[in-house]
Design a protein. Structure first.
Length: 646
């Protein structure tokens, strides 16, 4: 009788073979570039310079984002050093054994800035991805058993963003972050049920410190041990014969947890203090996090980069988290996973560029990879219970169906993004689908919009009186973008060319569907009555709107009345030829998110362009002064007034 394969061996085989195959087939010419290049530089500066300072690195290596002269700091690196732990061993080996490229090739290759040595080092992300799957398996096995846990680990490893960052864009830190969070999850879960020893609290603190070292936003995981500590403190007060002594020992364990966390995270803290003057500051600047205006629906359901929209296995995992609430032995864990999901969503949705720019959609949700494996394992348990007579046949069938249905989806997305397909931009769903999967039909989208985005698109459509498919652009990358450090307005993101395909989805009211050529220009014609523009604003301090228009009928000079979010902003008569109408927007009228520009037209008018303008003076003027003062302070320089006085 042939030996049966173990669940863990199945996980390692399926995930390992898939990752190696995808890595070998990766169409990217290089694996170290973009933001990931700066993450890799952490490994380089530690191995080659033995420090956390990037002054020399930015002089002998490329500095593609000019971080040596950033607006708020000199020689700064915004990214965390933790992922370099997976890359340092190979990089150190190549340095001390004398890899050939370190003595030949370009100057950048000889200094290990780019080239074969750098490319070999970041292959450690493949190991990080495989280890994340192993952690998910062991963590889920505690409550689900081996085969549902294997289902969860394989599904989470192959059907989420982990696939991309463990096989294609290796220099980004998301695979390492998924590992760090997974290690913390299983460490915390190991001791949450019974009184934890001081050693257990030290290990939990060290695990959380490691997760934070991978990505600082992982600090929100601290709510789990804090809740565990509070529950145990309450138990000691209620049941202990000597509550004061018990609480003292428990408080000491909490201090040990905090000390272990800070010790492991201290290298990043030292660097943050060196670069920004703060131990826990946001290195990207004061505007990078917008805690008061999170784009929660967008982050979860945007066609341009939503978690559920592009990682549909999350729907299954979410169902698993809800199932865990129904079972007594997993209820506390289910609550914890849903709380982490909610907190992580809030943090990701509060980031200045919540869509994550270029890369795998919803890439900043890497904290949820192992929880996704837990949720899938819970679904596996439910399927086994439903089909108990077939000895788990239901789990086998469901796993096969999900993998066959969603693996081509995810692998196709991985390959498309590796070929530089831009998913993050505001475009109709069929455009994104077509770019990823070569060709897809449009009837479903034209009828009901993107089905994967319904939890956001349908309420949005009902609220604004538009079709759900308009969510594709209105819920994606926003207009009126300003740089988060300088607050300089970006012209491209602040100009809406209405003749471009897809941009008709910003319009409603009396606009006609087809393009019309007026006086040599393609325009969108709005009939007599109310023409509406739905404008998702990234920066809310809008000063004015300028519209390029033409009368639709020769000789007409129709009057145009403007209301912005229900506030009257004036009226202007269109000239006989192509004209530019400007409407000043009163302070405080524009809002974060979707705004409505409503125009009342006496006669049909053709619209060619919408420009969103800053107030006078623009916010960049004051921000430039703040940045200059901050730079002087960080350089230890006196302000200009003091210089003159001396």
């Amino acid at each position: 009788m042939p030996a049966r394969i173990s669940p863990l061996a199945l996980v390692l085989t399926v995930v390992g073979v898939s990752y190696v195959t995808l890595f070998a087939a990766n169409p990217m010419p290089v694996n170290v570039h973009g933001d990931g290049y700066y993450t890799y530089l952490w490994a380089r500066t530690i191995v080659f310079d033995g420090d956390f300072d990037f002054h020399e690195d930015y002089r002998i290596c490329p500095d593609i984002w000019d971080l040596a002269n950033a607006p708020i700091a000199d020689d700064i690196n915004y990214w965390n050093m933790g992922p370099a732990l997976f890359w340092i061993p190979t990089l150190a080996y190549d340095r001390f054994t004398g890899h050939p490229s370190l003595s030949a090739g370009s100057a950048w290759e000889r200094n290990a800035c780019i080239g074969p040595v750098a490319e070999r080092a970041v292959m450690g992300s493949i190991l990080a991805g495989i280890l994340t799957a192993v952690l998910g398996f062991f963590g889920a096995r505690r409550f689900a058993g081996p085969w549902p846990a294997a289902f969860g680990a394989i599904g989470g490893a192959l059907l989420t963003s982990l696939t991309y960052y463990a096989t294609s864009l290796l220099s980004y830190g998301h695979a390492a972050s998924s590992f760090g969070c997974g290690l913390f999850f299983i460490t915390w879960d190991r001791w949450r049920r019974s009184p934890a020893s001081p050693r257990a609290w030290l290990l939990m603190g060290a695990a959380l410190g490691l997760a934070m070292l991978m990505r600082s936003q992982n600090a929100i995981l601290a709510v789990l041990p804090f809740a565990t500590w509070c529950v145990e403190a309450w138990r000691r007060i209620r049941e202990g014969e000597r509550p004061l002594r018990g609480l003292t020992l428990h408080a000491a364990a909490g201090v040990g947890f905090l000390v272990a966390l800070l010790v492991v995270f201290s290298p990043q803290m030292v660097y943050l203090h060196h670069a920004t003057g703060s131990l826990f500051g946001v290195s990207q600047g004061e505007h990078y996090m917008r805690w008061g205006s999170p784009r929660i629906a967008n982050a979860l359901f945007s066609t341009g980069g939503g978690l559920f929209t592009w990682t549909p296995i999350t729907y299954v995992a979410f169902a698993g988290w809800l199932l865990m609430l129904r079972w007594r032995f997993t209820r506390a864990l289910g609550v914890a996973l849903l709380v982490i999901f909610a907190l992580d969503t809030y943090v990701v949705a509060s980031v200045y560029d919540w869509w994550g720019s270029v890369g795998f959609p919803a890439r900043r949700f890497d904290m949820l990879i192992v929880p996704t494996m837990y949720g899938l394992a819970a679904v596996g348990v439910a399927l086994r219970r439903l089909t108990a007579r077939t000895r788990g046949g239901g789990l086998v069938v469901a796993a096969t169906v999900l993998l066959l249905a969603l693996t081509p989806w995810n692998f196709g997305l991985v390959t498309a993004i590796a070929k530089a397909v831009r998913i993050d931009q505001a475009k109709p769903a069929p455009t994104h689908w077509g770019a990823v999967f070569r060709e897809m039909t449009e009837p479903t989208w034209k009828s009901v919009g993107n089905p994967l985005a319904w939890p956001a698109s349908i309420p949005f459509a009902l609220r604004h009186g538009v079709h759900p498919r308009q969510w594709d652009v209105l819920g994606s990358q926003e207009l009126f973008y300003h740089d988060h450090q300088t607050l300089d307005r970006r012209q491209y993101e602040s100009t809406l060319e209405l003749a471009l395909p897809g941009n008709e989805l910003y319009l409603a009211g009396t606009f006609q569907r087809e393009l019309v050529n007026l006086r040599g220009h393609d325009v969108r014609v709005a009939g007599r009555g109310t023409a509406r523009f739905l404008l998702p604003l990234h920066w809310p301090e809008l000063g004015a709107v300028r519209l390029t228009v033409s009368p639709a009928t020769e000789g007409d000079t129709p009057l145009v009345r403007c209301n912005f979010n229900g506030v009257f902003c004036g009226q202007v008569r269109v000239g006989r030829d192509r004209d530019a109408l400007r409407f000043d927007i009163p302070p405080g009228v524009a809002l974060h998110g979707t705004n409505e520009l409503r125009l009342s037209l006496e006669a049909p008018v053709g619209f060619g362009r919408v420009e969103l303008l800053d107030p006078d003076p623009p916010p960049s003027v004051r921000q430039r002064e703040r940045n200059e003062a901050l730079l002087r302070a960080r350089r230890g320089q006196a302000p200009p007034e003091a210089d003159e006085a001396e």
